[in-house]
Design a protein around this ligand. Structure first.
Ligand SMILES: CSC[C@H]1O[C@@H](n2cnc3c(O)ncnc32)[C@H](O)[C@@H]1O
Ligand SMILES: [Zn+2]
Length: 438
């Protein structure tokens, strides 16, 4: 049978329901999908590939899913460090955004972020930012996969005048990208402290009717919870529940403040938690109780947050941080194994975005969103367990290949759809403009 592509790595890390790691197997790809996974010795008998990629000493795994980011913030990387969330946001980031965040900024920043993501093995990201049509354009040109946030926030910005306008523009974008197999959309109300009840009720209604995810920062800090108690006489999670938002469509980002009762509520409602450990550490926001959430049956996925609070978009690093912090928080080294951390960075993100039938694992019928990691370097040798090596040892420069829907976006560390020289020139032009005024 003639096929487009046959990839023959040392290991196939499937992230299927049995976490199978296959040695000396090949992955056959045709028409954007995985059509077979079979022993290497049989592959060449069964298939006549137009291209064969042999990856000796490399592991092939599902592309990483960054379940929470603000791609365009790549242009604000390092602009305001070492600050707590509210001071960072109100005194530095929001003023910078109101000065700079126009359509060109979002397009240029998104391209820079997408290049960083492809180079570090991310094949799908869930975004929340102004001018989402610019992020969508950058995604389409680069060939990566993304869920584009249709933002809602009470105050006016360069992108819109208020909630009605944001929703109208967002719904128009939803219709515009509906036929693109690599793009989906989610409602993205910013946070409980910036979106009032009426737009939240509207989002809840629309998300249910259109079967779309809702992506929101929630319980990021203790301050957020205390302030809401004083203002609304209810913690944000209870307010969102009363407004009807908590169900399987809801992606609650951060969740560093959670009681055991709230964890049980999330499990009962099927709400997803998006854990961003490095952003939480850098802004000193708090610690998400990941082990307790997983034990309660809550789907926990991973995100980097934006480049201005992390400051990288490195999902390999995020996996490692998530596994290490979870152990310290739980006072238990056995929680969040390497295999579990990898699930959080792949299939759990896909599940949160409603894409688990398409991406998140290497299985026959799924889209060929795959990455190769070279484990031959001395830093990852000797090697007893490739999953352990990827989560606890490897760094992002060891990602050699990135495919989305069977198309190579990076081959032997060379980007195929983005030009690094151009991206660097654009980043430096923005640095000069923004740096001159800060
Ligand atoms: C409505 S567009 C997104 C908005 O969110 C801001 N943002 C970035 N990181 C965080 C965070 O960790 N908590 C809250 N808000 C954040 C970003 O700067 C945009 O203004
Ligand atoms: Zn965020």
């Amino acid at each position: 049978m003639e096929i487009e592509l046959l990839v023959i790595p040392e290991w196939v890390i499937t992230v299927n329901s049995r976490n199978q790691v296959l040695h000396h197997h090949a992955v056959a790809v045709d028409d954007s999908r995985i059509v077979d996974i079979l022993p290497m010795s049989e592959a060449e008998k069964h298939y006549r590939p137009r291209q064969t990629v042999v990856l000796a000493q490399q592991a092939l795994l599902p592309g990483l899913v960054n379940a929470h980011t603000h791609a365009a913030m790549a242009l604000l990387k390092g602009l305001a460090d070492d600050l707590p969330l509210m001071e960072w946001l109100q005194n530095h980031i929001w003023p910078a955004e109101s000065r700079w965040a126009d359509a060109q900024f979002v397009y240029d920043g998104s391209r820079l972020a997408i290049a960083e993501m492809i180079r570090s093995g991310t094949t799908c990201f869930n975004d929340m930012y102004f001018f989402p049509e610019q992020t969508a354009k950058a995604v389409q040109e680069a060939g990566i996969r993304a869920c584009i946030g249709l933002i809602v926030i009470d105050f006016p910005t360069a992108w819109g005048t208020g909630p009605e306008d944001y929703l109208q523009k967002g719904l128009a974008l939803h219709d515009q990208v509906a036929d693109d197999p690599l793009l989906t959309t989610a409602f993205a109300p910013h946070a409980p402290y910036t979106v009032s009840d009426d737009p939240l009720k509207q989002v809840s209604h629309l998300a249910c009717e259109m079967d779309m995810p809702i992506h929101m920062h929630v319980h990021e800090t203790a301050f957020e919870v205390q302030q809401a108690l004083a203002q609304h006489d209810a913690v944000p999670l209870a307010r969102l529940d009363n407004l009807g938002l908590l169900d399987k469509h809801f992606l609650a980002v951060h969740m560093t403040q959670l009681t055991d009762e709230e964890i049980a509520l999330l499990a009962e409602k099927g709400t997803h938690v998006i854990h961003c450990p490095e952003s939480n550490l850098k802004l000193a926001s708090g610690f998400c109780p990941v082990a307790k959430l997983l034990a309660a049956g809550v789907n926990v996925a991973l995100g980097t947050d934006g480049n201005a609070s992390n400051n990288d978009l490195d999902m390999l690093g995020e996996m490692r941080t998530a596994a290490l912090i979870a152990k310290a928080v739980a006072h238990d080294a056995s929680v969040v194994s390497a295999a579990q951390a990898l699930r959080m960075a792949t299939i759990n993100g896909a599940t949160a975005l409603g894409l688990a039938d398409t991406i998140g694992s290497l299985e026959i019928g799924k889209a060929a969103d795959m990455i190769a990691v070279d484990l031959s370097a001395l830093e990852t040798q000797p090697l007893y367990d490739p999953v352990s090596q990827i989560v606890y040892c490897a760094n992002r420069n060891q990602v050699t290949h990135t495919w989305v829907a069977g198309k190579a976006l990076m081959t032997q560390r060379e980007l195929t759809t983005l030009n690094i020289t151009e991206l660097l020139a654009t980043a430096q032009a923005w640095q000069q403009k923004i740096g001159a005024t800060s």
